[in-house]
Ligand binder design. Structure first.
Ligand code: PMT
Length: 225
């Protein structure tokens, strides 16, 4: 029965990091490998869901699977547009991607050259849209799950994101801990939901975190039947 628990559900998952061009050869990026997002995708497929994966820069391979549609993007604006286009038909959004909050105000159309005796270069950045907050504010039937990657004041910061981004869940990880966060195979996370005490999970493989997150969705749909 477990293999069909999520039959009929469509889960929209973002994974990996967005990139913002500085000039034709340089960009601002982050250390997301896509492992966490892939783990959610695999757990959702294993439970019989249809999955739409919107992926930025990743270092893992997404499988060929009849129930999986992969859409590749580069920038935050592209990730927003692509994710928004599938949001209405999704039953849940899981935002595991690491999204660039800012982008260069102008993208130089030629490679920026170092001038003779130049010691400093300033690049102005402008704010990117917040994908989770934008879609969270538009949700009707969807369950919206975000992540929070923090290096300090984990629970306070994650609590603010839960409310501001209209999320039903925030998966908070302290990325300053060894074995948790960007690039590694494991994660130690705390699950936040409105009006509930935070739930701290032990250090787990990302695969197991993905399975537990999909379980949360499955249980919630089970209860609302
Ligand atoms: O890919 P891995 O190497 O496996 O690493 C996994 C991970 C550490 C990237 C992942 O577990 C994680 O924490 N992803 C969120 C990283 C992040 O951008 O966190 P944040 O605290 O800055 O953002 C909070 C939430 O808002 C996230 O769900 C993020 O996807 C979303 N966001 C952020 C900024 C923005 N402009 N738009 C967004 O939608």
């Amino acid at each position: 029965a477990n293999q069909n628990r999520l039959a009929g559900k469509t889960i929209l998952v973002t994974a990996g990091g967005t990139r913002e061009a500085i000039d034709p050869v340089r960009f601002i990026g982050n250390r997301s490998s896509g492992k966490m997002g892939l783990a959610v995708v695999q757990a959702a497929l294993a439970a019989g869901a249809k999955v739409i994966a919107v992926i930025g820069q990743v270092q893992v391979e997404f499988p060929n699977h009849p129930n999986l549609m992969v859409k590749k993007v580069t920038t935050t604006a592209e990730m927003l547009a692509t994710t928004a286009a599938s949001f209405e038909k999704a039953d849940a959004l899981v935002m595991a991607a690491a999204v660039a909050d800012f982008r260069p105000a102008v993208v130089a159309d030629q490679k920026i050259k170092k001038q003779i005796s130049q010691d400093e270069l300033t690049i102005s950045l402008v704010k990117n849209p917040d994908i989770l907050a934008t879609l969270g504010a538009k949700k009707n039937h969807q369950i919206v799950m975000g992540f929070a990657a923090e290096t300090n004041d984990l629970l306070q910061n994650a609590q603010v994101k839960l409310a501001k981004k209209h999320a039903d869940y925030i998966v908070a990880n302290d990325v300053s801990q060894v074995g948790s966060g960007f690039g590694v195979a494991t994660d130690q996370v705390t699950i936040l939901q409105p009006n509930r005490a935070p739930e701290k999970w032990p250090l787990l493989s990302k695969q197991e975190v993905g399975e537990r997150l999909i379980n949360i969705l499955a249980k919630r749909w089970q209860q609302s039947k």
